[in-house]
Design a protein around this ligand. Structure first.
Ligand code: 7RM
Length: 628
């Protein structure tokens, strides 16, 4: 998709100018690069107060026609997916565009044969094998709405997501390999399905070969595939039909099912992939995320395939069999663009640099970072040891809700600045607000907000449009409010400073503190709890839980039980690093927990507590300091 690409600062500047002068013409030109069964009647309709956003209204398409069929005419034999298995001794797989097309169509027919149709929700709880990407695309092929749940989540978390979206089919596997561990996915799914009445079929991929128990609605993936052929015309979708739901944590207990639509999401992920990474024909691109997160949806599957790229899917972890695995894989597949998270870089940085140096990284051209602010030390290590001072680093700011990268440099085209995500993409209008919601100009710090829609903005929260309005459009009317704060330098570069609400980013995973508190509170000995983040040198942030017990309890035993409870309810990623038993929590007179103060206490910043005189119970501060 050469037509999508800005290759020079002059092209980029021209695009920015057009995008701000004539946003609809700008996006229409980009949308024209894709295959539509019918073009749109209107480019954009929006109102950030209602709120309602629609792009390419009346346009008809199928995203898989653009990700697959279109490439069959020009590059059927090009590798679409390189699958690198968990075990380095197992062979990698190269799946061409024509093979991927055939496998997606066959899987789509398997779904249809099991009753799936346009608009149905299908939950996907699978390890990072090619079948996961195939499952996602098979849903899109028939217009079913996929809801991928990360295969590290617990049975309770899986069941809550299945029930919220009323999914009719679950796609899973017997188990999943991740490093030295084997996750019993089918067992976890079985436990979840005891409380999921909407599920009619559970289709199970054989991956690990472990023993699994078998229920009435269970079907083997390989047996179901044998019953169907690979001829499956793509369903004609309206531009605004939902493509998928992806759950993300919120500041109240319940996860938010962000809904993305077909047309705008396709246009924006392809456009941003092409420009941010400066992908060129023949390049091999690798994003190390899991498809269970938005980064995997947009920048392993849809964006790269829409532009006809070769995308690597890695089943394993950076530490297995040793901390050199990423670099071994880069050398093996001659990776050109490498996209990972600061938390991974910080973990790798702790190990001998020999683990990087012994691999030939000369193929690398572009490095990327996503998920949290990248600190200066990690940035420089990445630049020096991985990029050999020869690869631009794109620090990409975006969210599950934004669908695609909004603030970033374009590799080798626009200037980079360590620890700064830099500038908004052409077509994206970012502003800073003060606490009263006034736009502030120039070199300053404020609340990040976006003033005009871009095509891949999430359209709603599944089943709860009111919550969508409250979370993103009510705090600062007329703007989209992402929940992050930022600094801006004199050149207009943005440095994201972190969340301004109660979400903590642990190892690049967005964790709401409220669901963790709910899990803790479910323990019979817990009266109340509060969870906050504190800086951690590897994970970026870690969790500190303050817990009020209801009686004299043995605190070691309680904290062990609480860790296990959080792990079971939400998943191991949400286990607090520290659990502190306290007799009270600092509260306002209206009874609200003062999290701001707890954050300072957890970080040991005792001299920055601010004014505590307004507290209901200021004496609690000394107690918390004493036994921390
Ligand atoms: C893609 C993703 C979103 C939150 C977001 C930020 C933080 C993401 C960066 C970043 C600083 C970055 N989606 N965040 N990227 N902070 N610099 N380059 O991570 O929905 O899981 O999280 O992540 O706080 O609001 S997400």
């Amino acid at each position: 998709m050469e037509g999508l690409s800005y290759r020079s600062i002059a092209d980029y500047t021209k695009a920015k100018e057009q995008a701000s002068a004539q946003p609809e013409v700008f996006w229409e030109n980009i949308a024209n690069q894709f295959e539509w069964y019918e073009k749109w009647d209107k480019v954009l309709e929006y109102d950030f107060h209602t709120p309602k956003v629609s792009w390419f209204l009346g346009g008809k398409l199928n995203i898989t026609e653009n990700c697959l069929d279109r490439h069959l005419k020009t590059q059927p034999d090009k590798t679409a997916i390189i699958f690198e298995p968990n075990d380095p001794n197992d062979a990698a797989q190269h799946i061409s565009y024509s093979e991927l097309h055939s496998r997606v169509c066959r899987a789509a027919n398997m779904l249809k044969a099991n009753g799936a149709k346009k608009g149905d929700r299908i939950c996907i709880y699978m390890p990072m094998t090619p079948e996961l990407a195939i499952a996602v695309l098979a849903c899109a092929r028939i217009g079913a709405i996929h809801s991928v749940v990360f295969a590290g989540f617990s049975a309770t978390a899986l069941a809550a997501r299945i029930n919220d979206a009323e999914c009719s089919i679950l796609l899973t596997a017997d188990g999943g390999f991740r490093g030295a561990k084997v996750t019993p996915l089918k067992d976890i799914a079985d436990e979840a399905l005891t409380s999921c009445p909407s599920i009619n079929n559970c289709i199970v991929l054989k991956r690990t070969g472990q023993d699994v128990s078998w229920n009435n609605m269970d079907l083997w993936w390989h047996e179901e595939l044998e019953k169907v052929n690979d001829n499956c015309p793509a369903e004609v979708m309206d531009s605004e039909d939902p493509l998928f739901i992806l759950y993300t944590s919120g500041s109240t207990g319940k996860p938010k099912g962000m809904v993305h639509s077909c047309g705008g999401y396709m246009v924006y992920t392809a456009y941003s992939f092409q420009n941010v990474f400066q992908y060129q024909k023949g390049d091999v691109y690798w994003c190390t995320a899991d498809i269970g997160w938005i980064t995997g949806h947009s920048y392993i599957v849809y964006g790269p395939l829409a532009v006809g790229a070769t995308t690597v899917m890695f089943e394993g972890v950076p530490s297995y069999p040793d901390y050199g695995r990423f670099w071994e894989v880069c050398a093996k597949h001659k990776v050109n663009q490498f996209y990972t998270a600061p938390t991974a870089i910080r973990a790798l940085q702790k190990h001998p640099v020999e683990l990087v140096n012994k691999h030939d990284l000369s193929s690398l051209k572009v490095l990327g970072s996503v998920g949290e602010p990248i600190n200066a030390e990690a940035w420089h290590w990445y630049d020096k040891h991985v990029g050999k001072h020869n690869c631009p680093i794109v620090d990409t700011w975006w969210q599950t809700e934004t669908g695609g990268i909004l603030i970033t440099s374009l590799a080798g085209v626009t200037p980079q600045k360590p620890t700064y995500a830099t500038l908004p993409m052409p077509g994206v209008q970012v502003v800073l607000l003060d606490n009263e919601g006034n736009e502030i100009e120039g070199e300053t710090e404020g609340i990040l907000a976006i003033k005009h829609p871009w095509p891949s903005i999430a359209r709603t929260i599944w089943g709860d449009h009111e919550r969508y309005k409250n979370v993103y459009f009510s705090a600062y009317p007329g703007y989209y409010f992402p929940g992050d704060g930022a600094l801006r330098d004199a050149e207009g570069n943005f440095r994201i400073t972190g969340r301004v609400d109660d979400v903590v980013i642990v190892s690049g995973h967005n964790l709401g503190t409220a669901p963790i508190e709910n899990a803790l509170n479910a323990h019979e000995s817990v009266v109340e709890s509060a969870v906050v983040g504190f800086p951690h040198d590897v994970k970026g942030n870690a969790l500190h839980a303050f817990v009020i017990p209801n009686a004299k309890v043995e605190s070691n035993k309680l904290t062990d039980e609480l860790r296990a409870l959080v792990s079971k309810t939400i998943g191991p990623i949400a286990k607090p690093d520290r659990i502190q038993v306290v007799s009270g929590l600092p509260k306002t007179r209206s009874g609200k927990i003062m999290r701001r103060i707890l954050r300072k206490l957890a970080s040991g910043e005792y001299d920055q507590l601010g004014d505590v005189s307004t507290l209901l119970n200021p004496e609690i501060i000394e107690e918390i300091k004493r036994n921390s």
